[in-house]
Design a protein around this ligand. Structure first.
Ligand SMILES: C[S@@+](CC[C@H](N)C(=O)[O-])C[C@H]1O[C@@H](n2cnc3c(N)ncnc32)[C@H](O)[C@@H]1O
Length: 276
């Protein structure tokens, strides 16, 4: 697949909607180039994370697991958690369909890997395991770190666990159950969060509520990554509320993902839109 295909195909196939199309045009107009970045943190992030072209062996291993999932004919019964997908309406789902439409793309999975490798977090939280692809990207980048990932559907979590075992990713723990039930236990187990990826229940109130629940466990070098920040009006609103929060010092809008930082070096909050 070409770079463009790995970036967009799953979205074009299933998730790109009228709301996103309008927001995407706005994003293209507002996106800065790397030469317009003055902060060392943002410049480094651009150079070492967004535009780093290195290929790691883990990418092939993880993408092979995705290939197997894409070819998996098995049907599972999935409880409907969160905002759901624009395409899946029935509880019976083919694993291959979930793999096609719900997982991080290779383009962003590999960006997440580089981000994690660059930041070297010791404790990671993921909300929304699905079939385990993004958790593998993060866990493989820092094998000595601890990653707790939360998934509501047992049938999905079981398949994710198989992917983690197949790649010997012993640093991942899946907690099954509704986020409201598992998030407090995960926070309690991790004690502090260096990096969190919020990729489930893409709705306004829950997303802001997750930010508030996680916040007491963060420190000034913690990073939050939110998925699909322009997926709906609700997610746009959540992204705006979170990035404008007085405790946030920097936000990076990559359109499909949003990164939030709390670093003290920003005297004025920096809100940048970067093309990725
Ligand atoms: C978009 S998928 C995650 C994809 C995964 N991060 C990846 O890229 O490989 C979101 C997952 O979150 C789960 N989820 C959504 N809302 C939830 C909730 N309120 N409680 C528990 N799980 C939830 C769904 O079952 C789904 O598997």
């Amino acid at each position: 697949m070409s770079n463009l295909e790995t970036k967009f195909t799953p979205y074009l196939r299933s998730m790109f909607n009228v709301h996103m199309a309008g927001q995407f045009l706005r994003y293209q107009v507002r996106a800065l180039s790397r030469y317009e970045l003055h902060s060392p943190f943002l410049f480094d992030l651009e150079e070492k994370v967004l535009h780093d072209k290195r290929h790691f062996y883990a990418f092939d291993e993880i993408e092979y697991r995705r290939e197997l999932l894409l070819a998996e004919d098995q049907t599972i019964s999935v409880s409907d958690f969160g905002a759901g997908s624009h395409v899946h309406k029935s509880p019976e789902r083919r694993v291959s369909d979930i793999a096609k439409t719900s997982l991080i793309t290779p383009h962003f999975g590999q960006m997440l890997y580089r981000l994690v490798q660059y930041l070297q977090p010791v404790t990671l939280l993921e909300m929304g395991t699905s079939l385990g692809i993004s958790s593998l990207y993060m866990a493989k980048a820092v094998p000595g770190a601890q990653l707790i990932t939360l998934e509501g559907s047992s049938a999905i979590a079981q398949i994710a666990r198989k992917q983690h075992i197949a790649l010997d990713a012993k640093n991942i723990t899946i907690m099954e159950g509704e986020f409201n039930a598992t998030l407090p236990s995960a926070l309690n187990a991790l004690k502090k969060i260096d990096l969190a990826f919020i990729d489930g229940n893409h709705r306004f109130e829950p997303t802001v509520a997750y930010f508030e629940s996680i916040y007491p466990y963060l420190h000034e070098h913690s990073i939050l990554v939110f998925d699909d920040i322009h997926w709906s009006t609700g997610m746009d609103k959540a992204w705006n509320v979170i990035k404008s929060d007085a405790r946030v010092t920097c936000s990076i809008d990559l359109f499909y993902k949003g990164i939030i930082a709390f670093r003290p070096e920003f005297r004025q909050p920096q809100h940048v839109v970067l093309r990725y």
